[in-house]
Design a protein around this ligand. Structure first.
Ligand code: AMP
Length: 420
């Protein structure tokens, strides 16, 4: 398409026949959240830029390099949401939801935006299903969320999912770890950019995937060796509950994630059949986030599961979406009067809960029957002038080829009986 438009760089169109797979993935994730009593929330696709700058962290890649930020016509700086936790917590604070029963359990499903370098599994517009539990410090909620996510992947039929688990400590013990890591990193040879990161946000260096940095990190201090007694006990309880429920995990004391607000529990689900972008979901506890964005002290924990990458994982494991015909009945009218009758009949069928379509446009019998076949319908409803004169239509079973006349008045009841 030399002169036409294409989907913007880093985005893609989700089209049939692939779209049912994405719907299947979203549905499984949403079902998992709902099974735990999480309720649906929708927040705007854009927010005040400050919410993310403060909530996600000024020195994170997401904030410094990846946000779609612009001034609206009123001169306000707004940002297309790069993640869903800060907006969810903003909404909980704004509407006083935490004044009721705690925890407030919410889930969301929608598009997110990050100006990243596009590659397989990494897009500038992507879809997440997220769940957040706000207002409690109970480690059972951390475990609950992890189990629900693991169950979502399991119900999709995925078998090559690994769960990585870590604790990042709290405001009591993290500073000492941060200082120990900084000390260590100041003693190794690093490029200027990484050295700057050591000063600003040393934990992020642990996430540097470059092999020579990973090699330098071999002897770096581990966060799990610096946890205070309370964080240690909390983490042990999460591990124990996961073990009790049979959810396997790997302790990964080097696991960090791209958002600054995490405290204590941190986890990531990776799929072993994907390339570099193997993280299909993750989350953690964010006890300081509410205060960071101007709210009261309000602990919380949550996850965001990546729909696009989970679809890639489902494909990598050759899992198909359940077969599902586009419509149940496809009407094939022959002649003008028959078209009007057919239109009325498919409307009646739809209103009775039977999906139906019609061969639109002036097509001969052959072309119309081909369209019926392509639609995947169980039945073709063929209506000729002679049928009309006698008040019947021909109902053809497209799998067996059997055909029988059905009285027009009895059509809806007959089709419903047959489809049962
Ligand atoms: P995060 O919000 O960074 O914790 O990401 C949660 C999940 O969203 C990741 O595990 C990915 O599956 C997915 N995700 C994040 N960024 C992208 C992206 N740019 N493209 C596709 N999926 C993404």
């Amino acid at each position: 398409m030399a002169d036409g438009y294409q989907a913007p760089k880093g985005t893609y169109d989700l089209l049939p026949p692939d779209s049912p797979l994405a719907l299947m993935v979203r549905t499984a994730m949403i079902a998992a959240a709902r099974s735990g009593g999480y309720e649906y929330i929708e927040t705007p696709v854009f927010e005040d830029t400050g919410l993310f700058a403060r909530g996600v962290g000024e020195s994170t890649d997401v904030v410094t390099k990846e946000m779609y930020t612009f001034d609206d016509r009123g001169g306000r700086s707004v940002t297309l949401r790069p993640e869903g936790t800060a907006p969810a917590v903003r909404s909980v604070i704004e509407h006083g939801l935490a004044r009721g029963q705690l925890p407030v359990k919410l889930y969301y499903s929608g598009p997110f935006f990050r100006y990243e370098r596009p590659q397989a599994g990494r897009y500038r517009h992507f879809w997440q299903v997220g769940a957040e539990a706000v207002g409690t410090e109970d480690p059972a909620v951390d475990a609950e969320l992890i189990v629900l996510a693991a169950d979502a992947y399991r119900t999709l039929g995925l078998t090559r999912v690994r769960l990585l688990l870590n604790s990042l400590g709290c405001r009591e013990c993290r500073p000492a770890y941060r200082a120990a890591l900084q000390d260590y990193l100041r003693g190794v040879e690093l490029d200027p950019e990484t050295r700057r990161r050591v000063e600003e946000n040393p934990l992020r260096v642990l996430d540097d995937k470059r092999p020579h940095i990973q090699a330098l990190l071999a002897d770096a201090p581990l966060v799990t060796d610096h946890l205070c007694a309370a964080c240690k006990a909390f983490h042990e309880e999460v591990r124990r509950l996961l073990t009790d429920t049979g959810v396997e995990f790997t302790d990964d004391p080097r696991l960090v994630r791209g958002l600054d607000y995490y405290t204590r529990t941190l986890f990531e689900f990776v799929h072993t059949g994907l390339g570099a972008q193997s993280a299909i979901g993750g989350g953690g506890r964010y006890d300081g986030l509410s205060e960071l964005i101007g709210g009261p002290s309000l602990p919380g924990v949550g996850w965001a599961l990546g729909v696009d990458r989970t679809v890639l994982a489902v494909r990598a494991e050759n899992i198909a979406a359940p077969e599902h015909a586009r419509v149940a009945v496809f009407a094939v009218p022959l002649g003008e009067d028959a078209r009007r009758t057919a239109f009325l009949l498919i409307t009646r069928l739809r209103r009775a809960g039977v999906s139906a379509d019609l061969a639109y446009g002036q097509r001969g019998l052959k072309g119309a029957m081909k369209a019926a076949d392509r639609s995947g319908a169980h039945y073709a409803l063929i209506i000729g002038e002679r049928d009309l004169a006698t008040g019947v239509a021909q109902l053809k079973d497209l799998t067996t080829g059997d055909q029988e006349p059905v009285e027009l008045d009895r059509l809806v009841a007959t089709v419903k009986e047959k489809l049962q």
